[in-house]
Design a protein around this ligand. Sequence first.
Ligand code: MN
Length: 153
Amino acid sequence: MKLETYRIKRDFKKTTEPKGSPGDNAVSNIFVIQKHHASHLHYDFRLAIGGVLKSWAIPKGPSLSPADKRLAVMVEDHPLAYADFEGVIPEGQYGAGKVEIWDRGTWEPVGDLTTWLEKRKLEFILHGKKLKGAWVLIGLKNDPKNWLLIKRK
Ligand code: MN
């Protein structure tokens, strides 16, 4: 039922985004960042965790400077197949606009991956083309959806 919210938001007769299938529930260590030219340009950061892509929308995109804290708004889980998606979501559909892969690679958690959501802290290493090295996502207290993405030194 993890992808229910994802599926409810979309009409798969009209969008070419993947519906996702049970076969997607494979173990994966992929990450992807999609530049999304929606009504407001943002960067969708996705980490494969537990057979889905946990997803955050980052209005300003990631920063390579450890001094920057970038707001990352948690959005609905996406299917693993979404990591390959590029294209144009049609006018009138959820997230209408162009989606392009901005970076992609593998990731690895630093430490235990069972309590990050409850502790609202996820430390990880990215092995991408643009993004590499240590990063952290820290949940804010004001809203459970709001996190900060920060580059570690
Ligand atoms: Mn988006």
